[in-house]
Design a protein around this ligand. Structure first.
Ligand code: 1CP
Length: 349
């Protein structure tokens, strides 16, 4: 008999009192064993070596006993694989050699051939073979807006000024760019699902910078397109600072909406509307607070999450590089110990 991973039950809104937990950026710089295996290997290269991807993906599962592994890769990997000239610079993030500034560059943007990334499929298969059956493997991709923001700005940005100028000033060109990015992301997700990823997360990390009108007209349709192509597995959709966009993000079609720490999960559930599970949302900055504070705020998140038809515990964004891994391990144990009783109590109210 195989045990259904608790994350999949929660995404299907059938979790009962069980409370799955994983952390965005659980694999990465907060772990000494990650820093050790990454030593001297550039980020993009490390994402294309199946043994390394497998090891890094499994590190936080072994150490913290989280209920899901997230595939170790990056939202820029499928763009690089398609032929976009880019780098992921340590301490900076993605840097694009020739940022998109002309219509011709959008027309020339290559497609992603699924046959060109056999290493991704191989890594997924190996991870699934090594992962305990009650743990879920989450695949992921970047949503068109967040990918476009890197391509247009040329790297990380604070205001997304050029991206917004293209979206508002050349909406048809913007749509053409996003249609291409949606195809690339959907292909990247399909390769992961076909190789064994059991759920997917579509990261639209920077979409919280947009007004609802722009999101509704120029972003949601493209994200919805990606999500509709992977409807055979549970889909999680996440962005930062999306308090005013939650209803529209729920409308993009995911099964689970990821919420940052700014909106309590009961209020987020009201905004998202019926029928969708939530994921979140402890403020990552609290990881450096005294344990009793972390425990109390975690209890608050669990109680508020019971208002939704499903709840996957997570941070409101990624694990900070400076986080103490022992705190994360203790947090997972605490959620496993106290989560079910807290949920049962909150559900009975
Ligand atoms: O040298 C290093 O260790 C590089 C740091 C790093 C890591 C560990 C980058 C560069 N990417 C990653 C892995 C990664 N990226 C994962 C798998 C690890 C895990 O979650 O456990 C995932 C899911 C991502 C996705 C990703 N990349 C997002 C969406 C998630 C989010 O945090 O909002 C984004 C926005 C990126 C771009 C990116 N790649 C790397 C950095 C530092 C950034 C952000 C740059 C910026 O601030 O704009």
């Amino acid at each position: 008999m195989t045990e259904t991973p608790s994350l999949l039950s929660a995404a299907a809104r059938q979790q009962g009192n069980a409370l799955p937990v994983w952390f965005m950026r659980q694999a990465g710089r907060s772990l000494p064993e990650y820093r050790a295996v990454r030593e001297g290997v550039p980020m993009l290269e490390s994402c294309r070596r199946p043994e390394l991807v497998t090891e890094i993906t499994l590190q936080p599962v072994r150490r913290h006993d989280v209920d899901a592994a997230i595939f170790f890769s990056d939202i820029m990997v499928p763009l690089a694989a398609a032929g976009v000239d880019l780098e992921i610079k340590a301490g900076v993030g993605p840097v694009i050699a020739e940022p998109i500034r002309t219509a011709q560059q959008i027309r020339d943007l290559p497609d992603l051939d699924p046959e060109s990334i056999p290493d991704i499929a191989e890594a997924i298969r190996t991870i699934r073979a090594e992962l305990a059956p009650h743990k879920a493997l989450i695949g992921f991709a970047g949503a068109p807006f967040t990918l476009a923001s890197y391509l247009v700005e040329g790297g990380p940005s604070k205001d997304y000024a050029r991206t917004k100028a293209l979206m508002a000033g050349e909406p048809l060109l913007w749509d053409e760019l996003c249609e291409k990015l949606a195809r690339i992301s959907a292909t990247f997700l399909r390769v992961q699902i076909d190789a064994g990823a059991q759920a997917v997360q579509l990261f639209d990390s920077w979409v919280g910078s947009l007004a609802p009108y722009d999101y509704a007209t120029r972003v949601q349709p493209h994200s919805a397109q990606v999500l509709s192509r992977v409807a055979d597995v549970p889909r999680i959709h996440f962005g930062v600072g999306t308090g005013e966009l939650l209803r529209l993000m729920g409308g993009a079609g995911a099964d689970v909406v990821g919420v940052d720490w700014r909106v309590p999960l009961d209020e987020a559930t009201r905004r998202i509307g019926p029928g969708r599970a939530v994921q979140g949302n402890l403020d990552p900055a609290l990881l450096s607070a005294p344990w009793e504070v972390i425990a109390e705020r975690t209890r608050d998140v669990i109680r508020a999450g019971a208002a939704a038809p499903g709840h996957i515990f997570n941070l409101g964004h990624g694990v900070p590089a400076t986080a103490d891994p022992d705190v994360l391990t203790r947090l997972v144990a605490f959620i496993h110990q106290e989560g079910p009783a807290l949920r049962a109590e909150a559900l009975a109210r």
